[in-house]
Design a protein around this ligand. Structure first.
Ligand SMILES: Nc1nc2c(ncn2[C@@H]2O[C@H](COP(=O)(O)OP(=O)(O)O)[C@@H](O)[C@H]2O)c(=O)[nH]1
Ligand SMILES: [Mg+2]
Length: 385
C-alpha cells in the first residue's frame, strides 16, 4: 500500500463566463478543496478562447493557485468537445484518478464535490448528481414549461437508453451535468475519439458507455441552482440532438439491442421460408399436413442455422453431436411456441370471435412467442458457458 493521495481533477468548460469563473476559482481553492483531506484536488478550465476574455481571468488566477490549469481551444466547438479534451488532459498530464464534470456558473453547488469523492472512495465508479432523488431539486425559479420539458426529456432519454433493464429504474436524472468518474477501468477505457456527438448530448453518450463498461453507479442529490450571471449556452437544437444521440447509441452500441434485432430478422426470414414453402408444397398437390409439416420444419431449420451462425455466433454450437443434440432441443422449444400460439389463439378466438383472428396473431407473436423464444434461445439453446 502506498499512502500517496489520489488525484481528483475538476474540469470546468467555459465560454463567456467572465462574470463567474473568477469567483468559482476562488471558491474552490479557498473553501472547497481545503475541506477535502483525502484527495489532491486540481482544477482544469477548458476555455474556447471566449471573446469576453474568460481565459485571461484564469491566467491571472494561475499566479495564485498552483493547481489551477488552463486548456485553451482556438474556437468554440461545443461543451462535449471541451470535455473530451479536458478528460484527456486530466488523464495524460494531470495524473487524474477521478474526473469531475462541473459548471462555472454556480448551478452545481461546490459542496457536491466532496460528497461525490466520498462515494468514489466508497466504491462507486460513476457518481451522478440527481435533481430527482430526495434532497435534489430543480431551480425554484423554473417555470412550468421548463420543468415540463426537463421531465419529459429526462424520462424519454431514460426510456430509450435503458428500458427495460435495471438502469431505467435506477438512473433518475440522465441529463444531469454533474458527475464524478473513476479513470481506471472506465474513463481510460472510453473510446473518446469516436464519440457520436460533441454537443451537450455527449453527457448521455458517456452515461450509456459507462454503463456498458460496467460502472457501479451512485446518485447523490443535486439542488440545481439558478444561473445568476452570464447566459445559458444550451441551444434550441439541443433537444433534437439529444434524442438523435440516445437513439443512435442504443441502436448501434447496445449488444443486447444488436442481438435482439438479429433475432428478429432471423425470425422474419423464418416466417418467409414458412409461408413460401407452404404455398409451393401445397401447389405440388401434396396433402395439406405435408405442406404444413415440411414448411414449418424448414423454417425451424432456417431459424436454427441463422441464429447459430449470426445472432448467437459468440456462443456458436459446433461439432456434429452437439449440433444434433441442440437441434433436437430446438425442435422441442419450437414445438412449445407452436403450442402457446395454438392454445392462446384458440382461446382468443373463442372469447373475441373469429373476426379478430388476424389481429390476435401479431399480438400473440409479439407478447408471447417472441419473449418465449428469446428466453429459450438465451437460457437453453445458446446458453452461455
Ligand atoms: N469550452 C466550452 N464551454 C462551453 C461550451 N458550451 C457551454 N460551455 C460551458 O459549459 C458549462 C455548462 O453550460 P451552461 O450554458 O451553463 O448549460 P446549462 O447549465 O445547461 O444551461 C458552462 O460553464 C459553459 O460556459 C462550449 O462550446 N465550449
Ligand atoms: Mg449552467
Amino acid at each position: 500500500m502506498n499512502n500517496k493521495k489520489q488525484t481528483a481533477v475538476v474540469v470546468i468548460p467555459t465560454y463567456n463566463e467572465v462574470d463567474s469563473i473568477g469567483k468559482m476559482i476562488d471558491h474552490l481553492f479557498k473553501k472547497t478543496f481545503p475541506q477535502i483531506k483525502n484527495w489532491h484536488c486540481k482544477l482544469l478550465v477548458v476555455d474556447d478562447t471566449s471573446p469576453d476574455g474568460t481565459y485571461k481571468v484564469v491566467q491571472e488566477k494561475q499566479k495564485k493557485y498552483k493547481d489551477l490549469y488552463l486548456l485553451l481551444n482556438k474556437e468554440k466547438a461545443g461543451i462535449g468537445n471541451a470535455y473530451v479534451k479536458g478528460f484527456k488532459e486530466a488523464m495524460n498530464k494531470l495524473d487524474a484518478d477521478t474526473i469531475i464534470e462541473f459548471d462555472s456558473d454556480f448551478q452545481h453547488p461546490p459542496e457536491t464535490i466532496p460528497a461525490m469523492l466520498k462515494e468514489i472512495e466508497n466504491g462507486a465508479d460513476y457518481v451522478l448528481g440527481s435533481r430527482k432523488i430526495k434532497g435534489g431539486s430543480n431551480p425554484k425559479g423554473w417555470g412550468f414549461k421548463r420543468v415540463f420539458f426537463s421531465e419529459v426529456g429526462g424520462f424519454t432519454a431514460r426510456f430509450i437508453l435503458f428500458f427495460p433493464f435495471k438502469n431505467f429504474f435506477k438512473i433518475t436524472d440522465p441529463t444531469t451535468g454533474l458527475k464524478a468518474s473513476r479513470v481506471k477501468g472506465f474513463v481510460n477505457k472510453m473510446d473518446m475519439d469516436n464519440l457520436y456527438t460533441k454537443s451537450f448530448a455527449y453527457k448521455l453518450e458517456f452515461l450509456f458507455k459507462m454503463v456498458l463498461l460496467g460502472a457501479k453507479i451512485k446518485e447523490i442529490p443535486l439542488q440545481f441552482g439558478l444561473r445568476t450571471v452570464g447566459e445559458s449556452k444550451i441551444e434550441p437544437k439541443t433537444a433534437a440532438d439529444t434524442l438523435k444521440t440516445v437513439l443512435h447509441v442504443r441502436l448501434y452500441d447496445d449488444p443486447f439491442v444488436k442481438k435482439f434485432l438479429k433475432f428478429g430478422t432471423v425470425g422474419f426470414i423464418g416466417y418467409l421460408v414458412n409461408a413460401t414453402l407452404l404455398q409451393l408444397v401445397a401447389n405440388l398437390g401434396q396433402p395439406e399436413w405435408m405442406a404444413w409439416g415440411v414448411s414449418t420444419e424448414a423454417a425451424i431449420i432456417s431459424n436454427f442455422t441463422l441464429n447459430n451462425i449470426w445472432t448467437f455466433k459468440s456462443d456458436k454450437i459446433k461439432g456434429l453431436s452437439a449440433l444434433t443434440k441442440k437441434f433436437l432441443q430446438f425442435n422441442f422449444t419450437s414445438a412449445g411456441a407452436l403450442i402457446i400460439q395454438t392454445v392462446v389463439g384458440t382461446i382468443g378466438v373463442s372469447v373475441f370471435g373469429a373476426q379478430y383472428r388476424q389481429l390476435l396473431l401479431p399480438f400473440i407473436i409479439l407478447f408471447l412467442v417472441l419473449p418465449y423464444n428469446w428466453i429459450m434461445y438465451n437460457k437453453i439453446i445458446w446458453k452461455k458457458k
